[in-house]
Design a protein around this ligand. Structure first.
Ligand SMILES: *Cc1c(COP(=O)(O)O)cnc(C)c1O
Length: 380
């Protein structure tokens, strides 16, 4: 993917960008598209929120949440990559698109192909969260559940693209798809007042997002839009599927595929396509990659909700739990803003909380009943 950064330097200014409508197309010149598509105006432009209460709990002074749990149209960071991939699919003349998905990608391809007037084939491993299955079906794509894990679904999709004229966003359109992830990084730097953070903690599945956030900072620097950046990139996985963490810890960056077993299903990719680069980037930038257990993930989701009022999906719980662990171990000591990438919405992964959370107070509709409960709580 080549951009003429020297030519853009001085032309694509902070002012030019600021005057545009919020959303990913603010950064159109830095996306692999010929022109601005007619759909996807609502994608991106999500809030970067200071998180002082979570920061206090974790002992991090300047903490921010990049909240893609409220991304449009389907409440995850995947809306960014899909908008770009489908725009490219249209430019290439595809009438059919598809994806191999752990859930969120399928939701976004289903929704955005509907508005782009493309027909969609969504292939998912059997056993995904109910909300993620329904969140695709509502748009009436061809949804195919495959007996097997994500990596087997992905391999099948690689075979399909050889035979059929279908633009699979994360297979034959993957280079364009991945570039869409940069917009998260562009927005973070802009919203920090045109500077890169000192550290980013990012969840990793295929390993594309973490690399593209870093690439975004490098491009803004090349355009003189932000000062020299030395952002440390921290990678977060679930212990039940942490092939990138393993490669980082061994130090050779070689991915040895694993069989996933974790409640963080959106991150359950056992053979991550960009795992090598993610592991190397984390090492080169002075970051750390680590994995957390399923109970830690649930505790992370609850901590985020309790302190900042934000309901993130399991991948968000992974990020919070990893940040907590690293902060406690003194391995996240940086000078400046720390940004946590919250990439998906908790309402899609309520299954993970079913056994952890119960409502145990039921009363009749009488004031006396409430008084009894209130008094009991006060006494406790
Ligand atoms: C896909 C996904 C990621 C990770 O993206 P990769 O680029 O594959 O590493 C993170 N969080 C959520 C919620 C996702 O759906």
């Amino acid at each position: 993917m080549h951009y003429d950064l020297p030519a853009l330097r001085g032309a694509l200014t902070r002012d030019v960008i600021d005057r545009r409508e919020p959303g990913i197309y603010r950064f159109l010149e830095l996306l692999p598209l010929e022109s601005q598509p007619a759909f996807g105006q609502d994608v991106g432009g999500t809030p970067l929120c200071p998180a002082p209460r979570l920061g206090k709990a974790l002992g991090i002074k300047e903490l921010y949440l990049k909240n893609d749990a409220v991304n449009a149209p389907t409440l995850s960071f995947k809306d960014r990559v899909v908008a770009v991939a489908l725009a490219k699919a249209r430019e290439f003349g595809f009438e059919m698109v598809g994806c191999a998905s752990t859930g969120n990608l399928g939701n976004s391809v289903a929704a955005q192909s509907a508005r782009a007037g493309l027909s969609a084939f969504i292939l998912i491993p059997k056993g995904l969260e109910r909300a993620k299955v329904l969140g695709s079906l509502i748009y009436s794509p061809t949804l195919i559940e495959v007996e097997g894990n994500y990596d087997e679904v992905n391999r099948l999709c690689s075979q399909i693209v050889d035979e059929y004229p279908i633009g699979f966003v994360n297979v034959n359109l993957r280079p364009y798809y991945a570039e869409g992830s940069k917009t998260l990084g562009f927005e973070v730097a802009r919203d920090l007042g045109w500077r890169a953070p000192a550290a980013v903690v990012c969840p990793m599945a295929g390993g594309a997002l973490i690399g593209k956030i870093h690439k975004a900072f490098r491009e803004l620097q090349a355009l003189d839009l932000i000062p020299e950046a030395n952002t440390a990139m921290f990678g977060a996985q679930a212990l039940g599927c942490q092939p990138i963490v393993d490669a980082f810890v061994r130090g050779d960056h070689e991915i040895r595929p694993v069989k996933p077993n974790t409640i963080a299903k959106s991150l359950a990719i056992g053979n991550p396509a960009d795992g090598y680069f993610a592991s190397k980037l984390i090492t080169d930038t002075g970051g750390v990659a680590t994995g957390v257990t399923d109970p830690e993930i649930v505790a992370g989701m609850r901590l985020l909700a309790d302190t900042e009022g934000l309901f993130a999906e399991t991948a968000g719980g992974v990020v919070i739990a990893v940040t907590k662990r690293l902060a406690e171990e003194g391995r996240l000591q940086v000078d400046g803003p720390v940004v946590l990438a919250i990439t998906g919405n908790g309402l899609k992964t309520t299954d993970a909380l079913d056994s952890a959370l119960t409502s145990d107070i039921t009363i009749e509709a009488k004031l006396s009943e409430f008084q009894r409960v209130f008094a009991r709580l006060r006494a406790a």
